[in-house]
Ligand binder design. Structure first.
Ligand SMILES: Cc1cc2nc3c(=O)[nH]c(=O)nc-3n(C[C@H](O)[C@H](O)[C@H](O)COP(=O)(O)OP(=O)(O)OC[C@H]3O[C@@H](n4cnc5c(N)ncnc54)[C@H](O)[C@@H]3O)c2cc1C
Ligand code: SF4
Length: 477
């Protein structure tokens, strides 16, 4: 499993952000195509209800601070979301222009606006007087940071406990660099900290800090711990050298993006790589393997395309990268020689009757076994749930997810939960974690008797925008 087949320059190119940033002229031309629809479908399709036509209008008027403020007011994680949201399925997919023309590139415009805010260190929110209320948050991923930032807007001070060395959760350690450079995630952490949030990294709740202490010392506790490691495949040969977990491999590329790209040359990748799984993590792991220089990358999934959680555009992307996706294929054994991986024995599957989840159950086809050669196997079959932590905090859970009501209250009235750890149904996304943060913060504030926040500072919104909207209204779509 020796590399590096690629030079440092090639690696650097392979791991730079896919879409270049708009030039000012490109951004204005794109923004001016927007119809500023009344009752805009793009807003309805955004889980955080960003006022998209308004921020696009602000970009068209060269009011980038106003545009960034409009975004961040609705979505504290807007800097990340402009890059990683599956916009084809959300706002862009709903854009009326998509019916006959090219839809507006809302994600790229959003990124253009938030880049302006972060690069110029603009703080659109006034610091709010401290109410004296204190909230502990477990996990500094998008859900924890969004909750903390939204609480800060209400004068409620949050302390976020994060077990990793860096905050940002999967924005920092998971989402592939091509979509989100690591510094974008870290800038977002800094932005939330400047609102008065304390982030304590390298502190694991349950090990370094006890949940009962948090419950005693704080007015409320928020579980925003995401999910855990990739579970074992449960097949013989899993202990062989060359069988690796997807998330640490992706995380290594994220850290290399921060620490200097020569670290990419130290990440081991095979020539013939098999990725087991077909979700977000598997797609990103396959992309990373290919971009690190693997000759052949094959994803194995035991069900069919319809059951894959990956979106069409993700599948198209990974296929364009040259990754082969083998559906209805299950690994049954990792083969090796001299302690090292040499291949994977697979069996072909067919779909039988629906199981309890309503999905058709995959069944092996007798006598259909075959061997695929491999010198690296990447495990990417989902992530374990943090039930030990839920139990330690003392909240009810079902099928690995914390049980909550519509306001994200758990079975313990002092504990709320947000993000991937509550997402039993639907896609686990950064944007849904950000929206959870808003819902949880609103509910906590109400429970603690704290008033709702005032909108972002007026001077950042720009007078011209108000004049334009008042004078002409929005054009009906
Ligand atoms: C490889 C990959 C690619 C993805 N790509 C996309 C994408 O392109 N677009 C998109 O929208 N979404 C994507 N997602 C999903 C998205 O990253 C998650 O939905 C989002 O990060 C969830 O936020 P969260 O805060 O709930 O959890 P996380 O981001 O997982 O954050 C949870 C944090 O809690 C910390 N923690 C856990 N236990 C403890 C403890 N006991 N004490 C202290 N801290 C603790 C963890 O270290 C972590 O930092 C991707 C996910 C993966 C894995
Ligand atoms: S054209 Fe309409 S739907 Fe499309 S981005 Fe503009 S306001 Fe949204």
């Amino acid at each position: 499993m020796e590399h590096h087949k690629l030079s440092l320059d090639q690696l650097q190119d392979s791991f730079s952000e896919i879409h270049p940033r708009y030039t000012p002229n490109e951004a204005i031309v794109e923004a001016e195509r927007c119809l500023y629809c009344f009752d805009a479908p793009c807003i309805k399709a955004c889980p955080t209800s960003i006022d998209i036509p308004t921020f696009i209008r602000q970009i068209a008027n060269d009011n980038l601070t106003g545009a960034g403020t409009t975004i961040l007011e609705s979505n504290m994680m807007g800097h990340t979301c402009g890059r990683v949201c599956p916009v084809e399925e959300l706002c862009v997919g709903a854009c009326v222009l998509g019916r006959e023309h090219r839809p507006i590139a809302i994600g790229r415009l959003q990124r253009y606006a938030t880049d302006h805010i972060f690069e110029n260190d603009i703080q659109p929110f006034d610091l709010v007087a401290d109410t004296g209320k204190r909230v502990a948050i477990i996990g500094a991923g998008p859900a924890g940071l969004s909750t903390a930032g939204e609480l800060a807007k209400r004068g409620i001070r949050a302390t976020v406990f994060e077990k990793q060395e860096l905050a940002g959760g999967l924005s920092t350690y998971g989402i592939v660099v091509l979509r989100e450079p690591t510094n974008v995630a870290l800038e977002e952490v800094g932005f939330v900290e400047k609102l008065g949030v304390t982030v304590r990294t390298g502190v694991e709740v349950g090990r370094d800090v006890l949940p009962e202490d948090l419950l005693r010392e704080y007015d409320a506790v928020v579980l925003a711990a995401g999910t855990g490691r990739v579970p074992p495949l449960g097949v013989p040969g899993e202990e062989l050298e060359g069988v690796v977990e997807a998330l640490p491999m992706i995380a290594a590329t994220k850290l290399a993006d921060k620490d200097g790209t020569e670290a990419l040359t130290r990440i081991r990748v095979g020539n013939e790589v098999i990725v087991v799984g077909a979700g977000n993590t598997a797609i990103d792991a396959a992309t990373v393997a290919k971009r690190l220089g693997a000759e052949r990358v094959t994803m194995l999934y035991r069900r069919g395309r319809e059951e894959m959680s990956a979106y069409d555009h993700e599948v198209a992307f990974v296929r364009a990268e040259g990754v082969d996706i083998r559906l209805l294929t299950q690994p049954v054994e990792v083969l090796g020689e001299g302690g090292k991986v040499t291949g994977v024995r697979c069996v072909r599957m067919r779909l039988g009757d629906p199981d309890a989840s309503g999905r058709r159950r995959p069944e092996p086809i007798p006598g259909s076994e075959f061997v695929l050669p491999a010198d690296q196997v990447i495990k990417a079959i989902g992530q374990e749930k943090l039930v030990a932590l839920y139990d330690a905090v003392g909240v009810e859970h079902a099928s690995g997810y914390v049980r909550t009501d519509g306001e994200l209250r758990t079975s313990n009235p002092k504990v709320f939960a947000a993000g991937d750890c509550v997402r039993a149904t639907g896609q686990a996304l950064t944007v849904t974690a950000a929206e959870d943060g808003k819902i949880a913060a609103r509910a906590i504030a109400r429970q603690l008797g704290v008033a709702e926040p005032v909108p972002a500072r007026d001077d950042t919104r720009g007078r011209f925008l108000h004049a334009t909207v008042n004078e002409f209204g929005r054009i009906h779509g």
